[in-house]
Design a protein around this ligand. Sequence first.
Ligand code: SAH
Length: 383
Amino acid sequence: MTAMNSANVRLTVPYAKIEIMSEKLHITAYSQSELADLVTGIGEPKYRAKQIFKGLHERRLRDFEEMTDLPKAFREKLELAATASTLSVESRYVSEDGTRRFLMKTHDNFPVETVFIPTENRDTICFSSQSGCPLKCDFCLTAKLGLLRNLTAGEIVEQVIIVLNDVYGVGRETPHGTNLVAMGAGEPFMNFENLIKALGIMSEEEGLFIVPNRVTVSTVGIVPKIYEFAALDKRPHLAISLSAPNDELRSRLMPVNKRWNIDELMTAAKAFERSLRRGERFTFEYVLLGGVNDSDAHALELADLLNKYELNRVKINLIPHNAAEQLDYHPPEPEQVDRFKAILESRGVSAYVRRPRGRDIYAACGQLAAKETPNLMQLASVN
Ligand code: SAH
């Protein structure tokens, strides 16, 4: 048997390059075949890979000690080289509507936020793809952080595991119908490889088994990645944050529009529409900012835009702005939200109003800014 330390695992396992977390390998991001390379590389039989995978993802254990189906000596060996828990929960807030916000930290102290949103029929976990965000959308609080760093695939998966354990209990089956949305902090399409790797791991039947059909990725409109995403074999659903019907306004609100304008975005969206499966639609998100982009004229212009590009298999999610002190915007009048929706519908565009969730704990869209929220009920840490 090979002598075992983390240095020699790094030499024998190519994937270690991607997933070295401090001293140890973060094996939460390893597929079953990668785990097989790891275990055979340290002189163990291949079937151990499946046991480890199930322990990590089906039972959601974050400590090898608890994988009692593995021989003790092997667990100790694993422990030397690898880890399944690199994130720690700093705070956890529970909203009056049941939404939970988790403020976590990476091993090197970067903030990561994840939100659990219960609804009557299904639960949704909203995870972050980056710590902070490089985009400078003027109406979003996360933008104020700037990009701190990309999250690794292992960190993306671990966020979801932590939330599932908190909500359903360690070792309990993930309820069918749990949805995932890549709508937390960061731009998923600027961390494409890690995102896709993480989603692949989370979809495995012997693990979390959250299949692509239950996942939605939201992008600010990184055009080349929309084409790449459309071409993926088993891809999740897509949402595109539009938030303005013309270039002048969109460039002001979302500087990314200066890189890829509305025409380029709509052309990519049209190409994406051709990749839709039977019965599938995709989404445009439109943040409604009172007095800025929420007039009747804007609604008409938006409907005309979608009709011009013959986008038919699309729906609009209208998101009333979630205010914050540092943001110069305010929510739309409720009557105007209704009018905006009605105008879209009168032009044949399906529109839905997104009910804000977890505003009181800074868990709603655009409010994730790695903030502690004093004066709120903070429950005990779940580490
Ligand atoms: N970067 C990706 C993923 C973030 S998803 C994207 O932009 O799509 C977060 C959603 O919340 C986006 O649609 C964004 O436009 C929206 N949002 C940002 N700030 C908001 C705010 N203050 N109120 C309501 N929605 C907001």
